[in-house]
Structure formats: C-alpha cells, structure tokens
Design a protein around this ligand. Structure first.
Ligand SMILES: CC/C=C\C=C\CC(=O)SCCNC(=O)CCNC(=O)[C@H](O)C(C)(C)COP(=O)(O)OP(=O)(O)OC[C@H]1O[C@@H](n2cnc3c(N)ncnc32)[C@H](O)[C@@H]1OP(=O)(O)O
Length: 284
C-alpha cells in the first residue's frame, strides 16, 4: 500500500492506515476499517464512540485527501450489535428518564454517521459481504459507494420491529429515489451488488474483493490528485444544496466562490497549463 499504520492502539474497534507523507505513491488516501471481524463488524458502542473521533482525526490530517471506508474480514458490516441492542437500557419500557437517555444515545449514534458528511474530505465506502441495517445507514452518509457482486444489503430494521433511525430513511431516497427506498425499508429484503448498482445505491460493482480494492484504490488516488479546495467545495455545496431550495443553494455556492475561487490552487492550474504539465496541489 505504501501507507503507514496509524497508532492503532488508540482504537479498540477501528483500524486506520494513513498515507505515508514521504511516499509519493500513497498519495493522500487513508483507509478506515471497521475492525471487529470476529463479530462481522457489528456496530457496538465502542465503534459509535470512536467513529467521529477517527473521522475528525483524518479530516484534520493534512496528508489525507480521500478516505476509503472498509470492513475487516468476511463482511463490511452486520449492522447494529444485536448483543448491545438487547441491553436492558435499550429495551427498557420504563419512565421518562430512561426514554430521554435513550434519545441521547440514538442522537450520538446518528452523529457518528453524520460525521462522514461533516468530514471535508470525500469518503468512499468499499463494501463486500454483508452490509445490513445500520451498515446501510452508515454507507448512505458516505459520498460514494462501490461493492462486490456478492455483497448483500438489507434495510433490515423492519425485521427487528424497529424503524430505521440512523439516517437511511432520510438519505436513501435521495440516492435511489423514494420508490426503491420505501420498497427496501418496508420489505427488509436482501439484495445483491448487481441490484444495488441497478437502483443507484452503488456507483459500480466488481467481480471480486480484490478487484474492488484495486479499483477503489485507483479511483481514490486519482481523486486525491485534484485540488483539495475544489473537492472540499464540491462536497460542501452538493450536501448543502440537497437540503436547500435551488435559489438558496445558488446563494451558498456564490458565497463559496467569492471566498475560495481565487486560490493558490487556481494559480497552480494556470501555471501548470502554461508549463504544459499536470498541476500539483499543496496540502490543505
Ligand atoms: C437504536 C437502534 C439503532 C440502530 C439499529 C439498527 C438495526 C440493524 O442494524 S438491523 C441489522 C441487524 N443485524 C442482523 O440482523 C445481522 C445478523 N447476522 C447475520 O445475519 C449473519 O451473522 C451475517 C452478518 C450475514 C454473517 O453470516 P456468516 O458469514 O454466516 O457468519 P456468522 O457465523 O453468522 O457470524 C459470525 C459472527 O458474527 C456475529 N454476528 C453477526 N452479526 C452480528 C450482529 N449484528 N451483532 C452481533 N454479532 C453478530 C455472529 O454471532 C458470529 O459470532 P459467533 O461468536 O461466531 O457466533
């Protein structure tokens, strides 16, 4: 890979591989792994606590330009950890204080996935094996999704008698359209990588995990050569515009351009063109 291991002792349930600042071939791509392979990367409280910290660390690392999210082992993510979901606190039917505490814990879980959107840098999910329930909530908060042909997806919450509450119902319709979103959420049916591509949940589907890793790596490295300011602007403006009217979105992008269009990155593009070479952009 050419990257250097992060100080992974910091993380209990994640693993991070950072680009090596000194190795040009590792070019700005960081790998963030859900790392509970013996539990199929089921999402436990550790992961929910660590995800926003890890994303913030990658966001503020000037050597990182693009983040690839993967699962260690056989599966991408088996959804919520069913052992912790069954925890007495969660199923408590008792008084208001418990409910209020539960609402706060759901808010914290929602924030863990929203952190992918709040990250200034693009996050690409590379999905193999199972991606179920909360795993789908998570990937809908990523910027791009790729998967293997055998990947299995399910908006599975309905089978647990719960309403998906970590972002799928808010973000999935904008990705696949309302019809597909309500079909998947009401049935909880399992679908494969090919269908995920057909409905637009993923950008591309690959024959094997090896091909997925190779192609996503190439794409991420290519993206990491682009102007970091421009890439950050595209993510910010698209996400803001999703939740605004066209007129409000145009106001936002006008303000963005006024602030950042005339930049050292634009100067570099002009200079590189005159010198008949590819532009090389400095760290953020
Ligand atoms: C406030 C609420 C917020 C969010 C709610 C979200 C709801 C959801 O996420 S719904 C989805 C819940 N997930 C599931 O129902 C998945 C259940 N698991 C499976 O279907 C399968 O295990 C599998 C993921 C398809 C993997 O199958 P396979 O490859 O055959 O491996 P297994 O032997 O079944 O599993 C290996 C190992 O992982 C453990 N495990 C799997 N899923 C979970 C899970 N969700 N939580 C905890 N542990 C899980 C499984 O028990 C095995 O462990 P062993 O110790 O080896 O038994």
């Amino acid at each position: 890979m050419g990257e250097s291991e992060e100080k992974n002792q910091r993380w209990r349930s994640l693993r991070i591989v950072l680009p090596d600042a000194m190795a040009s071939e590792s070019g700005g791509v960081a790998y963030l792994f859900l790392h509970r392979p013996s539990r199929s990367n089921a999402l436990n409280p550790d992961i929910f606590q660590e995800l926003p910290l890890a994303i913030a660390a990658l966001d503020s690392n000037p050597n990182v330009r693009v983040i690839v999210l993967q699962g260690s082992g056989k599966h991408f993510c088996a959804g919520i950890d069913l052992d912790t979901l069954a925890n007495a606190d969660h199923v408590s039917n008792a008084i208001g204080r418990h409910k209020e505490q539960f609402a706060r814990s759901v808010k914290q879980m929602q924030a863990a996935f929203t952190a992918f959107e709040e990250c200034r840098k693009p996050v690409i999910a590379a999905i193999h094996g199972a991606c179920l329930g909360a795993g789908v909530d998570m990937i809908t908060a990523c910027d791009l999704r790729y998967c293997t042909k055998e990947a299995l997806f399910s908006v599975k919450e309905v089978d647990l008698a719960i309403t998906a509450d970590l972002g799928t119902l808010q973000r999935l319709p904008g990705i696949v359209g309302y019809g597909h979103a309500i079909d998947l959420a009401l049935t909880g049916r399992t679908f494969n990588g090919s269908e995920a591509k057909t409905i637009g949940l993923v950008q591309e589907v690959f024959a094997s995990k090896q091909e997925l890793d190779d192609k996503v790596g190439i794409l991420a490295h290519e993206m990491a050569t682009k102007s970091p300011l421009s890439v950050m602007g595209i993510k910010s403006v698209l996400l803001k515009s999703r939740d605004l009217t066209v007129a409000q979105g145009l106001d936002y992008v006008r303000t963005w351009s006024t602030a950042f269009l005339h930049s050292e990155d634009l100067e570099e593009v002009v200079k590189a063109r005159a010198e008949k070479r590819k532009p090389v952009f400095s760290k953020l």
